[in-house]
Ligand binder design. Structure first.
Ligand code: LLP
Length: 424
């Protein structure tokens, strides 16, 4: 089977390599579990969006929840990207990585007053407001601070993105966004409130979307609103279509970013909105296929009904299989000859849901290393310390050379904020 994901992932004989680096050697050098990313793959992904956006007013805001490691943020900041954030912690990361607050859009259904104050003070480009209640609070916070908050309303276009229910966000039943039929009223209110400047409209219909059609449906719904809003004399500068473009985990064939953007721009032009700035918030599609998770085989447990391959990475390192039953490819770092029985690849965490892959045909022995592919997005960012497991280290391959960009956590890090009770 060919390797899904990054074109930088290839076999040199038996050896699996990312961007020319032997993954088995990296695992030996840095230990496991280990995330390894190719910076080149990330920059290629940006370039694909940019190819189609060239000559058009636009801003690519990397949805950093996908992978907020500082070196990853630096990579995108240096490439001129803005950022889509959902917390002040994320804003602080952007600043720590040298990102530009003026290119930051602040999303999320539950922004606190303190977060609004902080973001206003730093000067983010825009608040993506998700409810009438949030709008009122933002107006009060901005007025009290003597500042003007730039506001976009996140509209729920009620379209089906055709993806997993947990990562589908643009349907009526979701907690996200302002219902399409209430959006016009909310814009009127936004225009009337002090401390606010209406500047745009946004949506985000879901994640791991593998077709263009839901985007075009959502865009049409947004542009209908733009026209209705502007008919009332409220000017909208930008249209933000959110993120969500899928990547390859198995046999999916999502559109290339440039193909998606080209079709969006065609629709925008056809409807006479070509002068507007287009914002996008891609997360997974910029980093997902750029990374792998490396793990070592600890034990093989052949059984009557199932064979278990116990590895040293677990659901705390990579939540996606346990949480969404996500299928992620698993490949030996060094292929060996011999029979390849089916294994459930499981971690050491004390949960039956702790698995990385099920029924995978693998020729493996204890001590071998495996790579979970397409793990650059929502891997490290969703990792936890469950079972008091320190989080993995991260290596970024820059110009063909590996660079340790996050040390493996130590036990001391885990208990840093804890206090022992005084002696009895
Ligand atoms: N913009 C907003 C407002 C979002 O909520 C998200 C993702 C994005 C952009 C970026 O979406 P992307 O391009 O990465 O699909 N943990 C899940 C995915 C959760 C996505 C949450 N929102 C997973 O591992 O599949």
């Amino acid at each position: 089977m060919s390797l899904p994901g990054s074109p930088y992932l290839a076999r040199a004989g038996a050896d699996l390599q990312l961007d020319g680096c032997s993954l088995d050697e990296l695992a030996a050098a840095y230990g496991t579990p280990l995330f390894v990313y190719s910076q080149r793959a990330m920059l290629d992904a940006v370039a694909s969006y940019r190819r189609a956006l060239a000559g058009r007013p636009h801003l690519l805001c990397y949805a950093m929840k996908a992978n907020p490691s500082l070196a990853v943020l630096q990579t995108f900041a240096r490439a001129g990207c803005g950022f889509d954030i959902v917390s002040i912690g994320e804003l602080q990361r952007v600043l720590a990585a040298g990102g530009d607050a003026a290119k930051v859009v602040f999303s999320g259904v539950g922004k606190t007053r303190a977060e609004m104050q902080h973001a206003l003070q730093i000067g983010v480009r825009c608040f993506n407001v998700e409810s009438q209640g949030e709008l009122e609070v933002l107006s009060r916070v901005a007025t009290a601070a003597g500042r003007t908050a730039q506001v976009s309303l996140r509209v729920n276009p009620d379209v089906d993105a055709g993806t997993h229910p947990y990562i589908s966000t643009g349907l009526k039943g979701n907690k996200f966004g302002i219902a399409h039929d209430q959006a016009l009223d909310t814009y009127r209110r936004a225009a009337a409130l002090p401390g606010l400047q209406v500047t745009g409209i946004d949506c985000h219909i879901g994640s791991q979307i593998t077709q263009v059609a839901p985007y075009l449906d959502a865009l049409d719904r947004l542009l209908d609103l733009v026209e209705a809003v502007e008919a009332e004399g409220i000017a909208l500068h930008h249209v933000d279509v959110g993120g969500g473009l899928g990547i390859q985990y198995a046999g999916e064939a999502p559109p290339q970013a440039d193909e998606l953007v080209t079709q969006l721009l065609q629709r925008i032009d056809a409807r006479g909105h070509g002068h507007r700035e287009l914002l996008m918030e891609p997360g997974r599609s910029l980093v997902g296929n750029a990374g792998v998770l490396l793990t070592e085989v600890l034990y093989l447990k052949p059984g009557a009904t199932k064979n278990f391959c116990v590895v040293d990475a677990a659901m705390n390192d990579l939540m996606r299989p346990a949480m969404y039953q996500a299928w992620m490819a698993i490949e030996p770092c060094r292929q060996r000859e011999g029979p390849a029985p089916e294994w459930d690849v499981v971690g050491p965490v004390c949960e039956s849901g702790d698995w990385l892959g099920r029924e995978r045909a693998l020729a493996v022995q204890p001590g071998d290393r495996l790579a979970v592919l397409s793990a650059g997005a929502y891997g490290m960012s969703m990792a936890s310390n469950y079972n008091s497991r320190p989080r993995a280290a991260e290596v970024l391959i820059v110009d063909g050379r590996p660079m340790l960009v996050r040390e493996r956590e130590r036990f001391e890090d885990l208990i840093l904020r804890e206090r022992l009770m005084p002696p009895p």
